[in-house]
Design a protein around this ligand. Structure first.
Ligand SMILES: [Zn+2]
Length: 626
C-alpha cells in the first residue's frame, strides 16, 4: 500500500476498506491501483496496491507479491525480488536497515512518462494480438480472461495495419439464439480459397472447423479441395481423443468438397448428422463464414504491418487462428475459446508481433568457430507448445521451430528487395466477402527507420519445395507443424563452401588435388589402358579433361579428394564413333538371390570395392585421345 496517488495507475475508487496497522490503528484505504516498476527487462506491474493517504511509508506485502507470481529471496541482509521462478530477472534488491525493515526505493517515474509507456505497451499488444480492437483488449485485461496481459489504454491514433485492412469488430450472432450445451455437439466448417498465391508450403486453400460450444477453431491447409475429407477425418480423430466428446453434427455449405459421396458416406458411417446450408449464405452458415472473414482480416493486417510477402498467408492465417482462440469473443461469456474448450486460462506472455525480426540461438555443435551464435530470422507464428516459435530463417530460407529466440518486435525485414513480383494481396474469401488488391509495396515503408535492408540475392521462389511445414498439417495448438532441419541438412549446406577446382590450373595449386591426380595417373598406367601412337590423320581425336570431386563422410568431414581423367566422350558422334551407350548397374534381384543363397548355405559374404573398375573394361573400338 502507498500514500502517494501519483505512484499508481488505473485506480479503482470503489475499493474503500479499513486497514489494520502494526500499531493496531485502523486506517482508511481510498482506492486500489497498479504500481509500475521499471526493470532492465521492461516494465513490471504490481497489481492491487491499496491507496492509503494516511500512510507514512509505502508498504509492500511479501505475501501479495508472491500471490502475483513474484519470487523473493531473503538472506545476507538482503531481499531480492525476481520476476518469475527462473530467477533471471531481478526487479529489485533491497538491503535490510537497522529497524529490520526493507525500504524499497522505486525509481520515480513521472506520471506522464508512465502514461506514455502504457500507451506504447498498448500498441505493442495490439500488434501482438493480431490488431485486435482496443475494446476487446481492455475486456480481456479487466475480466482477466488471459494470463500475462498488462494494463492497457485505448489509443486514438490510427494503426496502419488495421486501417488498410478494414478491420472491424466481431458482431454478436443475433440469429443463433439456440446454442449447444457441450463441446463437439455441433461443428461449423467452411473452406476458404483458392488463394491467388500458393503458400510457402504449396497450399491454396484453408479449411476451418469451429466448435459451436467453445468457439475454439482449428485450421488446416490444403493443396486442393479434394483433400477436405482427409483433413476432416484427421480433425475428428484428434478433437474426439483430446476432449473425450464425440462429434455429433457438422454444419457446412453445399460446396462440392462437403457433398461428395465419400464425404456423405463417411458421415453416415460415423453416425453424424449433417446440416447443409445454402452455399455462401451468411445467415445459415454464419459462424464459419464470419470466422473465416475475421481470420482473413487479421492475417491481412499482420502481413501488411510488416510488409510480408503474400506467400506467407498460411503462416498468418495459422497465427490468426492461434490468437483468436486466446482472445475475447462476444459469442461466449467471460471466457476465451481456449478456456471454454480446455478448461485452462490461456497465457499471452509469449505472444510476439507477427513478422518481426528475431534471432535464434544456434547450438555450438552446429556452429563453426567464428560463426555468430545467433541466426537472423522472421517470426512467423507459434509452435504446438506455448514456448516454441516458428522462425523463417533468412539464411537457409526454411522455417524452423525454436525455443530460444530474441525478438526485435518493432523491426521488420525488407522483403521487397528479395521478392519483386509476388506482392499482390488477395485473401479472397469464397463468396466474395473481402476484396483484396492492396499492394504491399505501398505499405511496406510504414516505418522506414525500422526496416532492415536486405543485401542477399536469394529468391523466395526457390524455397517452396523445401518448406513443407503447412502442407495439410493440423496447426492449431496441438500439432507439431514444423520440419526441423536435420544435421545432415545443415552439413549439406556447409559443403557448398568447399570449392572443387574447375580445371587443372586451379587444382595444381593444391597439394591434396595433386596427390589425387597422381593416384589416378598411376592406376591408368597400371591397367595398361593406353599406348602412345602417331597422331592419325583420318581418325577423330578427342580430348581429355580432369574432373575433381570432394567426397564426404556422413558427418560432413572430408573423406577424400577424387580426381578423374576422363575422355571428352561427348565429342564422339553416334553411329560413327559408337553405336550403343549403356551404364552397367547391379541388378538388385541378383544381389538378393545371392544373399538368400548365402544365408541358406551358411556362406560368409564379403564386400569389396574395385577401384577404377571401368579401367578394366576392354574397348573393341579404337579411340584416340590427346
Ligand atoms: Zn492495428
Amino acid at each position: 500500500m502507498t500514500s502517494k496517488e501519483s505512484e499508481l495507475i488505473n485506480i479503482d475508487r470503489s475499493v474503500t476498506c479499513k486497514v489494520k496497522m502494526g500499531s493496531r490503528d485502523l486506517v482508511q484505504a481510498t482506492g486500489k491501483g497498479t504500481l509500475v516498476v521499471e526493470t532492465q527487462h521492461g516494465k513490471r506491474y504490481i497489481k492491487e496496491v491499496l491507496l492509503v493517504p494516511r500512510l507514512d511509508e509505502n508498504l509492500l506485502s511479501v505475501g501479495q507479491m508472491m500471490e502475483h507470481g513474484y519470487y523473493i529471496l531473503f538472506g545476507g541482509n538482503k531481499a531480492v525480488i525476481f520476476d518469475d521462478e527462473s530467477l533471471n530477472n531481478v526487479i529489485a534488491i533491497v538491503t535490510m536497515e537497522g529497524n529490520r525493515c526493507f525500504p524499497l526505493s522505486l525509481e520515480s517515474i513521472t506520471p506522464a512518462a508512465r502514461k506514455a509507456s502504457v500507451t506504447e505497451d498498448s500498441w505493442m499488444w495490439h500488434k501482438r494480438l493480431g490488431h485486435l480492437n482496443f475494446a476487446s483488449m481492455t475486456k480481456m485485461q479487466q475480466k482477466e480472461l488471459v494470463c500475462g496481459l498488462p494494463i492497457l489504454t485505448e489509443v486514438e491514433d490510427v494503426c496502419a495495419g488495421c486501417a488498410s485492412s478494414k478491420h472491424h469488430r466481431e458482431k454478436f450472432d443475433k440469429e443463433q439464439a439456440w446454442r449447444v450445451s457441450y463441446p463437439l455437439e455441433l461443428i461449423h466448417t467452411n473452406l476458404c480459397g483458392p488463394m491467388q498465391n500458393e503458400s510457402v508450403g504449396g497450399n491454396r486453400y484453408f479449411i476451418t472447423f469451429i466448435d459451436d460450444y467453445s468457439r475454439m477453431c482449428w485450421v488446416y491447409f490444403l493443396r486442393n479441395k479434394s483433400g477436405a475429407l482427409n483433413v476432416f477425418k484427421k480433425f475428428k480423430a484428434f478433437v474426439e481423443l483430446q476432449s473425450g466428446y464425440k462429434l455429433k453434427k457438422l454444419r457446412s455449405d453445399r460446396g462440392g468438397e462437403y457433398t461428395s459421396s465419400e464425404f456423405e458416406e463417411f458421415c453416415a458411417l460415423q453416425g453424424m448428422k449433417r446440416q447443409l446450408t445454402v452455399a455462401y449464405s451468411l445467415q445459415q452458415n454464419g459462424v464459419a463464414e464470419r470466422r473465416n472473414r475475421t481470420i482473413c482480416e487479421m492475417a491481412r493486417s499482420m502481413l501488411l504491418e510488416k510488409g510480408m510477402p503474400i506467400t506467407f498467408w498460411a503462416e498468418a492465417v495459422n497465427t490468426a487462428v492461434y490468437i483468436q482462440n486466446r482472445c475475447y469473443t462476444t459469442s461466449i461469456i467471460e471466457k476465451t475459446p481456449f478456456e471454454a474448450f480446455t478448461g485452462r486460462k490461456p497465457g499471452v506472455k509469449h505472444l510476439k508481433v507477427f513478422g518481426c525480426l528475431c534471432y535464434t540461438h544456434i547450438p555450438s555443435s552446429l556452429r563453426q568457430k567464428w560463426d555468430s551464435k545467433t541466426g537472423k530470422g522472421v517470426f512467423v507464428g507459434y509452435g504446438s507448445c506455448e514456448k516454441g516459435y516458428r522462425v523463417y530463417d533468412l539464411k537457409t530460407e526454411k522455417i524452423v521451430l525454436s525455443r530460444s529466440v530474441i525478438f526485435s518486435e518493432d523491426r521488420a525485414w525488407n522483403w521487397e528487395r528479395n521478392v519483386m513480383n509476388q506482392n499482390h494481396l488477395s485473401l479472397n474469401i469464397e463468396g466474395g466477402e473481402v476484396e483484396g488488391g492492396n499492394s504491399v509495396e505501398n505499405l511496406v515503408a510504414a516505418h522506414p527507420d525500422n526496416i532492415e535492408h536486405c543485401h542477399q540475392n536469394s529468391t523466395a521462389g526457390e524455397l517452396a519445395e523445401n518448406i513443407d511445414n503447412d502442407n495439410s498439417q493440423q496447426s492449431s495448438p496441438s500439432s507439431t507443424p514444423v520440419k526441423l532441419k536435420t544435421l545432415q541438412d545443415i552439413y549439406a549446406r556447409c559443403h557448398m563452401c568447399i570449392i572443387e577446382p574447375e580445371n587443372y590450373q586451379e587444382a595444381f595449386g593444391d597439394k591434396a588435388w595433386q596427390e589425387a591426380m597422381k593416384e589416378e595417373l598411376e592406376v591408368i598406367e597400371k591397367n595398361n589402358t593406353w599406348e602412345l601412337v602417331e597422331r592419325p590423320i583420318d581418325k577423330p581425336v578427342i580430348g581429355v579433361k580432369w574432373v575433381y570431386k570432394t567426397k564426404f563422410h556422413l558427418d560432413g568431414t572430408v573423406q577424400k579428394h577424387k580426381a578423374r581423367l576422363v575422355a571428352k566422350g561427348y565429342a564422339q558422334k553416334s553411329g560413327i564413333d559408337y553405336n550403343k551407350t549403356f551404364a552397367p548397374v547391379a541388378r538388385l534381384d541378383t544381389i538378393r538371390t545371392l544373399i538368400a543363397l548365402a544365408a541358406q548355405k551358411g556362406w560368409k559374404l564379403f564386400q569389396l570395392d574395385v577401384k577404377s573398375a571401368f579401367l578394366n573394361g576392354v574397348l573393341k573400338e579404337e579411340v584416340y585421345v590427346e
